[in-house]
Design a protein around this ligand. Structure first.
Ligand SMILES: [Zn+2]
Length: 344
């Protein structure tokens, strides 16, 4: 998974791009449908006296199980409505101009939405189209195994409406998919204040005038009193503290995972305050030697090399790439039991 960027202090808005592959199971109805697609056959399901194609797992009229009375449909069908995409993005199923269209396949009573590859001026309601399937190694048993193109022969499809005998064990049981989501996050004013302070080598916190608690990080609200904490409540925080709790994370491999060795994320209570910074990195000792009560001091990245691009509004006390981490000072530990209630 990659999740990049935000909160350059000079910008109000930063794009995030979230990408990850995933595999989903299809269930009986879609397994049967996609296994048929892999064989070059489109099917629907007969339910409530009509043929729904592609098949649904339930009758949309009643919510009842749609069963498994499969019916052959297509490969030709009729366009009833469309919207044209003259300039596809990399996320569209085809890379040339195309239409998303409602196509009612021969033998079906409901339209399916799918790609029609045709010049814009050829599209019209009533246009006869036919499925053009991929071949050989390109066949995956997915919805993009075929597109519709204008039919060379507009006559009714042979065999449409006949029963389809599904295999007892459909060949295609899962689907590989890929999430690629770009969105813009508006960096909150407090996030920009926090990241700007980090670039200057400072930690800042805000103290609630009602309860006296200090919150460090991009926090502009006392979560106890629900009072807004503006810049008048802000002050610079010390850069030494005590570890109040920690987690050792043993990385598992997944696409985008950069960590290979166990590492620690801990909370640090800043000296002389009741402010706790969460999700911090410990450096200088093995993960197995981190202790609650250990004194640590912040080590910054050199000025000019501090990266705050991955700090977002949800990061609270995240120090991102502005710091190397917290290094043990070597002072005697504080008693661990003093920190049992200080996770945050
Ligand atoms: Zn408060």
């Amino acid at each position: 998974m990659t999740d990049t960027s935000i909160a350059d202090p000079s910008n109000d808005m930063e794009p995030f791009n979230l990408q990850f592959p995933f595999t989903r199971t299809l269930g009986n109805t879609l397994s049967t449908f996609f296994s048929a697609v892999a064989q070059g056959q489109l099917i629907g399901v007969k339910v409530g006296g009509r043929v729904i194609a592609p098949p649904l797992e339930y009758d949309p009229e009643t919510g009842a199980d749609a069963g498994s009375e499969w019916v052959k449909v297509g490969p030709r069908g009729t366009v009833s409505a469309w919207t044209y995409v003259p300039e596809p993005t990399h996320l569209h199923p085809v890379q040339g101009p195309f239409a998303f269209a409602f196509v009612t396949l021969d033998g079906a009573d409901t339209p399916m939405i799918h790609v029609v590859e045709a010049p814009e001026d050829q599209l019209r309601s009533g246009l006869r189209v036919e499925a053009r399937f991929k071949e050989g190694d390109e066949v995956n048993g997915r919805i993009d195994d075929f597109v519709f193109v204008p039919a060379t022969d507009p006559s009714p499809s042979e065999g449409a409406g006949e029963p389809y005998q599904a295999p007892a064990e459909p060949e295609i049981q899962t689907m590989d998919a890929y999430c690629d989501l770009t969105y813009v996050d508006n960096a909150a004013p407090v996030t920009r204040v926090w990241t700007q302070a980090l670039l200057e080598g400072k930690l800042v916190g805000r103290t609630c005038p009602q309860c006296g608690r200090t919150f460090v990080g991009a926090v502009s609200l006392c979560c106890v009193d629900a009072i807004e904490l503006d810049e008048s409540t802000q002050s610079e925080m010390p850069q030494t503290g005590v570890v109040t709790n920690f987690t050792v994370i043993t990385p598992v491999p997944y696409p985008g995972q950069k960590e290979t060795e166990p590492f620690v994320r801990c909370s640090v209570m800043l000296d002389g305050t009741d402010a706790v910074l969460g999700q911090q990195t410990i450096v200088g000792i093995p993960a197995s030697e981190v202790r609650v009560g250990m004194h640590v001091a912040l080590e910054w990245e050199p000025e000019g090399q501090r990266d705050v691009s991955e700090i977002g509004n949800g990061g609270h006390g995240s120090t991102g790439g502005a710091v190397v981490g917290w290094k043990p000072t070597g002072e005697p530990d504080e008693p661990a039991e003093n920190y049992v209630d200080r996770m945050m």
